[in-house]
Design a protein around this ligand. Structure first.
Ligand SMILES: [Zn+2]
Length: 426
């Protein structure tokens, strides 16, 4: 089976190359802004179908303007503006599709119109297609109109991989190239490890159903003082001065270091879980909602649970394991993992779960992890049975959308009663 995958490498660039890459990023940003302005003007001045355009039409229009108004665009590959206009077109398509979905009440997520990019405020990047070649032995990559650029490490692309595009981007003072490739996915044997469930949280990064907890790393919080010092120094530099430029770079390097530490932790944890377990059961955390709590948002942001979930999702098939996301409304923290008692009055301050019915005393996160494991092994068949004809455990939309708190009926004694209606049909 063919799959699309990205490989990212750091570039070892000299000052001349650095300048050229910066020029490409500037032209990409300029084209994006020109595209928005062009669409807005067209919408205001034209009527009927002529009010709308697409990437191809805009690229033709830009090619005419290149001769007279923007001759400096010839200094870089034609792919740079072309891909920027394609990206812009995709952004507009997403906006229009989302607008229709909101009208039909299919989603509550709002996607806005594309906005102008400002130098220094947006990420410097551009994409290239066409003649892209890798030279692993000499650690080089050849990009259109950029000749051969040196890489800091030997690329480890599979022989069967076909390069589709290369995205060059800058983080602080380092340049990276991300190659999007189409490669053959080798058939891997199903993972024969045990099943594991995890409850993601704040006090610990994740509590596992095997009884261990993954401690919460404090990447940014640990260096809050340094962050404050650098930010303060940066804010006191005169705008446009050399010192301001230097302090911007210092701050950007600081954030890059934090991001790298975070990525390293998330990659190691997700790889360990995917490599050693056949089934990984996790909660579908509503990270965006959690981030709205102003007091806790910085703690949630520092953990990056959303990114962790994405890493798990793409790594699991590589190691023959499966990731199951359970309903976000399943009350994993409030249920007793031993007797199913629903602890209605449990608050965030209660770090231990005391069951008044069976007397179970357990760490709150651990209890939740056991509940998530029980959900996969027992509850899903009792509360959310799947039609016999279907091998799928998810509904047609890919997830259970109705709150489990509504579905799981709770009797007077506090025990949850099994639900007999099929979730896929109701
Ligand atoms: Zn109990």
């Amino acid at each position: 089976m063919l799959r699309t995958r990205g490989y990212k490498y750091e570039l070892r660039v000299n000052n001349k190359e650095r300048k050229l890459l910066g020029k490409c990023a500037s032209i990409s940003r300029f084209t994006w802004n020109w595209g928005i302005a062009n669409r807005k003007q067209r919408y205001r001045t034209q009527t009927g179908e002529a009010r709308y355009t697409d990437a191809m039409k805009q690229h033709k229009e830009l090619n005419h303007l290149k001769l007279t108004e923007f001759p400096w665009m010839y200094e870089v590959s034609k792919c740079v503006p072309q891909e920027a206009l394609r990206d812009l077109d995709r952004s507009y398509q997403n906006f229009f599709t989302n607008h229709q979905q909101i009208k039909r009440k299919q989603t509550t997520r709002y996607i806005g119109l594309p906005i102008f990019k400002k130098k220094g405020k947006c990420k410097d990047s551009f994409r290239l297609t066409g003649a892209i070649h890798l030279f692993p032995k000499v650690k080089q990559v050849q990009l259109p109109r950029l000749s051969k650029l040196r890489l800091k490490e030997r690329p480890n692309l599979p022989v069967s991989a076909r390069i589709l595009s290369a995205t060059v981007s800058r983080t602080a003072d380092r340049w990276y190239v991300a190659l999007t490739v189409k490669e053959e996915q080798p058939d891997c044997n199903p993972n024969d490890g045990p099943m594991i469930a995890l409850d993601k949280g704040l006090s610990v990064f994740a509590a596992l159903s095997s009884g261990i907890s993954i401690a919460r790393p404090k990447f940014l919080l640990q260096q809050a003082r340094k962050q404050g010092r650098l930010s303060k120094a940066h804010s006191r530099k005169q705008k446009g001065s050399n010192n301001k430029r230097k302090s911007t770079l210092r701050l950007a390097r600081f954030y890059r270091r934090i991001a790298n530490q975070r990525h390293n932790f998330l990659h190691q944890t997700s790889t360990y879980l995917a490599k050693n377990h056949s089934v990984i059961v996790t909660e579908d955390l509503y990270v965006k909602g959690l981030m709205q709590n102003k007091k806790l948002s910085k703690y949630w942001a520092d953990l990056s649970h959303g990114m962790f979930q994405r890493f798990l999702a793409y790594k699991a098939p590589l190691y023959g394991s499966t990731v199951i996301e359970i309903d976000r409304w399943f009350p994993s923290s409030k249920l007793c993992s031993k007797c199913l008692y629903y602890h209605r009055h449990l608050t965030l301050a209660d770090r231990a779960f005391h069951c008044p019915l069976c007397g179970l005393v357990l760490d709150r996160d651990q209890n939740a992890a056991f509940n998530v494991a029980n959900y996969y092994t027992i509850y899903q068949f009792l509360l959310f049975p799947v039609a016999e004809s279907s091998a799928e455990t998810l509904n047609a939309c890919g997830e259970a959308v109705r709150p489990a708190s509504e579905q799981a009926r709770i009797d007077e004694s506090g025990r949850t009663a099994p639900r007999t209606v099929c979730n896929n049909c109701s």
